[in-house]
Design a protein around this ligand. Sequence first.
Ligand code: ZN
Length: 312
Amino acid sequence: MKELLFLEPVFKETIWGGNRLKTDFAYEIPSDHTGECWAISAHKSGDCVISRGTYKGKHLSELWKEHRELFGNLPGDQFPLLVKIIDAKADLSIQVHPDDAYAGEHENGSLGKTECWYILDCDPGAQIVVGHHAKNHEEVEQMIRQARWDEFIRVIPIKKGDFFQITPGTIHAIKTGTLILETQQSSDITYRVYDYDRLQDGKPRQLHVQQSIDVIQAPFVPQSTEEESFRVGDGEITKLVSCQYYSVYKIAVKGKMTLPNENPFVNVSVLEGAGEVDGVSIKKGDHFIIPAGYKDVTYEGEMMLISSSVLP
Ligand code: ZN
């Protein structure tokens, strides 16, 4: 089929969110505490609607159910990926996600969550939490039970363009002044281990201390992601990560570039600039899916795109 599937994002208000989804992306957001734009999602907590074309008005979950041919007839009862833009005006809670096995057993058969972050922008001096300093699992439990957060948490500096792969069992937190493009398994299972003793509507948010201790991996081993770049005309494609759940690429479009496409489907987010995809105008803040059988894709203009796909 030679028709792209454009999606209408779903927005989530959060205690740590800001207004950059409006000021940077020109979205209509519900309030100045909007933390997340679920840009490509068929998850029941935020199921995107197709915004134009043959399937206009349909939810992505319906297309997955009724038109699996658009996704190369992949198996599975849910669309596997979820792409978000996150605006962290304040710190997110310190958290960890389970793997498929733990989530399947303890969370009603849900998927686990592997996720990755591309830093779209951040304040000078911005930081992020990835991993911890405990030397073994026993020390993880002690440090958490004794609330020795400063000693426990591994905080590192970040800059625009950095990329992080966060595997299940990795303790992490996005911190204040950070705008991120997140690609993840379509799952919503988060175990919060520490929330800075913040209150939401007068009450602390729920913590999941035991589950966190169960799933945190020790010692922490940093994920090394080897970025590989190649040129296409004047543009450039960079592979950010490839794992069993997804491959994520950054595409710097400059002039005209044609990319072959044999994937079951490809998610594409326009994160900078404006241009065209096969003659259709696109601009920063647009998100679409290239369906199965679409074949070659031609981009034109000056844009930064992030794409994700799964293995056939
Ligand atoms: Zn997370």
